[in-house]
Design a protein around this ligand. Structure first.
Ligand SMILES: [Ca+2]
Ligand SMILES: [Ca+2]
Ligand SMILES: [Ca+2]
Length: 222
């Protein structure tokens, strides 16, 4: 058992936790689509701010993307998102110019008034030789947004899929009653440029001590 009165153990544990938090932050990026331009047929994400996009979403719909769709009464969509037609197959493509590794997670909503197996979101992930390395599909469901029983305005969901190797691109296909979908909060590890330099051990120790203090003061309040 841990002895919380042992300061060395407490700070060693906090350093470990701090290190894990730093690594988690360093390896993943969240794309919120908050700068999508309505009518554009592509949307780029520049994870490290060097002026070169690392992740590029495209649609073959000449009308391009929209940004707003289901409103605020949703669990997995926080407008603006990436909204488009679901009448194509695929409806959306994303290219990982610096590759993606590990897993991808995203929220989706469908322009439907019913939840039905015929209305779903799906994703196929491919490597650089166009070999499919992962896929997933999920029916849109109404979620509880106002407990105990208030439901989201539209059926929605969150897909999370893990894969081995390096993803070069992925395609999305959606089906819905009224021909539109929206996605938001796409999270993944997009090829390293967004990773900040690893902190020096001294910084980690300071962070660990800070976390230890935070944990302690929280315990005191509770
Ligand atoms: Ca958003
Ligand atoms: Ca970049
Ligand atoms: Ca479709």
């Amino acid at each position: 058992m841990n002895n919380p009165s042992n300061p060395f153990r407490a700070s060693a544990l906090a350093m470990l936790v701090g290190g894990m938090l730093v690594c988690g932050y360093a390896s993943a990026a969240l794309i919120t689509f908050d700068t999508v331009v309505t009518g554009s047929t592509s949307f780029g994400f520049d994870g490290d701010g060097d002026g070169t996009n690392d992740v590029i979403f495209t649609t073959t719909d000449p009308s391009g993307f929209n940004t707003f769709g289901p409103g605020t009464n949703m669990t997995f969509i926080h407008e603006p998102g990436l909204e488009g037609t679901s009448l194509l197959n695929p409806d959306l493509r994303v290219d990982f110019l610096r590759r993606a590794t590990g897993s991808l997670t995203f929220g989706f909503a469908l322009d439907s008034f019913v939840s039905d197996p015929a209305y779903f979101a799906s994703i196929r992930v491919f490597d650089a030789s166009a070999t499919e390395i992962a896929n997933a599909a999920q029916q849109g469901e109404f979620t509880i947004t106002v407990p105990p029983s208030g439901l989201s305005s539209y059926p929605e969901g969150q897909i999370s899929l893990a894969f081995a190797g390096e993803a070069a691109y992925a395609t999305f296909d959606f089906t819905s009653t009224f021909g539109r979908y929206i996605i938001d909060d796409l999270e993944g590890t997009f090829g390293s440029t967004e990773r900040p330099p690893l902190p020096e051990p001294a910084t980690l120790a300071l962070l660990g001590l800070g976390l230890a203090g935070l944990g302690f003061s929280r315990r005191k309040k509770a």
